[in-house]
Design a protein around this ligand. Structure first.
Ligand code: FAD
Length: 367
């Protein structure tokens, strides 16, 4: 069997590795360098604090694989709502027992206890907080390099700087001509939508822009955290902190990869409100994420040997080890995941562009 994978991000690399492991002849295309899309711009937070059992299992499986590869830096993940933010406070209080019921190592934690453990965290105005002990972060570039090594070892044909389109469901149009395959997986982030549109497939997918910055090194001992009230997150990074937020709908063909000055100011202001650290910016950037109508990915077949993997709502890196493998196996005849089936929509749905960490107050899940 010969399979083309379009997109050498975390998902495409993982799927290519799985396919090659099972004896498939794989060509992996990217229009730029490896990990030149969202993967190389990700913050790298990884946790299994999901209230939905399927999502929790996927995340836990992915964490295990990151650990096996030796790329995960263990670090607890804390998320909380501030006084007056009753909707998020209620949602967090209701999520945690559901996560515990799925075997997640998470707990509600008294703000005072949190303050004792992390004195630089301002806990006086925290109403409800939770902590996930099975969490950590990966350096996305290091992770992509490790994956690239494994796909090359397995004989995958890697074609970087090669933008492709579809001349048919399983026919890839390269710059120099067309090539036929038995199956094609498009894992090209927001570009997945226009690429499969060439084969007559309409995907309910919207691009949005997320931003992040890294501070100069600090004397800080802080967990990874998501401040649900201020809608920003951070994690330790190179002696400082990586701070991020974001969900601004954009045209994926016309967007600014540099962070806005207003984001930098507000991210540092929010960090100052949440902690006692005095941070300054060292570097910043923006990247594109993808949203779907129900905040779950589009993962599976869209007809005639054509498959997609996109729509990660800012959680693609942390789920890529499990779901990149899953889509690779599905291409070889394995079962799909019904809840992620790209055909599950009627076409009438709207897409609510929100950052993946935003707590869904109706569903009572964190993403
Ligand atoms: C600022 C920021 C912070 C984030 N933080 C986190 C986080 O903490 N944890 C987490 O889990 N996720 C995070 N994410 C989300 C995560 O980065 C993505 O969900 C994940 O990287 C998606 O991987 P992917 O392989 O699907 O897509 P991508 O990495 O976007 O890869 C798609 C590839 O397709 C290529 N491509 C596009 N069009 C074509 C074409 N025509 N021909 C050939 N190749 C093409 C692109 O060049 C690109 O390399 C963050 C994202 C951003 C922007």
């Amino acid at each position: 069997m010969r399979v083309a994978v379009v997109g050498a991000g975390a998902v495409g690399l993982t799927a290519a590795r799985t396919l090659a492991d099972r004896g498939t002849d794989v060509v992996l295309y990217d229009r730029g360098e490896i990990a030149s899309g969202a993967t190389g711009r990700a913050a790298g937070l990884c946790y299994d604090a999901f209230a939905e059992d399927r999502d929790a299992a996927v995340a836990a499986d992915s964490l295990r694989r990151f650990r096996e590869l030796g790329v995960l830096t263990e670090c607890p993940y804390v998320w909380y709502a501030r006084d007056g933010d009753e909707a998020n406070a209620d949602a967090i209080a209701q999520q945690v027992p559901r996560m515990q019921a799925h075997g997640r190592d998470v707990a509600l934690v008294e703000p005072e206890r949190l303050g004792e453990r992390y004195p630089q965290l301002r806990t006086d105005e925290i109403a409800v907080a939770a902590i996930a002990h099975r969490a950590g972060f990966v350096d996305p570039t290091e992770y992509a390099s490790a994956l690239t090594e494994t796909v090359l070892e397995r004989g995958v044909g890697v074609r970087t700087e090669t933008p492709v389109s579809l001349a048919g469901p399983t026919t890839v149009a390269e710059p120099d001509g067309t090539v036929g395959f038995d199956a094609v997986l498009v894992a090209a982030g927001p570009a997945t939508k226009p690429i499969v549109a060439d084969a007559g497939v309409a995907l309910p997918l919207q691009a949005y822009r997320a931003q992040a910055l890294v501070t100069e090194p600090l004397r800080a001992t802080l967990p990874m955290a998501y401040d649900a009230t201020q809608q920003c997150y951070w994690r330790p990074c190179e002696g400082g902190l990586l701070v991020g937020d974001g969900a601004h709908e954009v045209d994926p063909d016309d967007w600014d990869p540099d962070a806005d000055a207003s984001f930098e100011r507000s991210a540092l202001d929010r960090l100052a409100a949440a902690t006692t650290v005095d941070a300054t910016r060292a570097q910043s950037w923006a990247g594109l994420c993808t949203a779907t109508p129900d905040r779950e990915p589009l993962l599976g077949g869209v007809g005639d040997g054509l498959y997609v993997a996109t729509g990660w709502h800012g959680h693609g890196l942390m789920r890529s080890p499990a779901l990149g493998e899953r889509i690779g196996e599905q291409i070889l005849g394995g079962p799909g995941v019904d809840a992620y089936d790209p055909d599950r929509f009627t076409g009438d749905e709207t897409i609510d562009v929100v950052d993946g960490m935003t707590i869904d107050e109706d569903e009572e899940t964190p993403s």
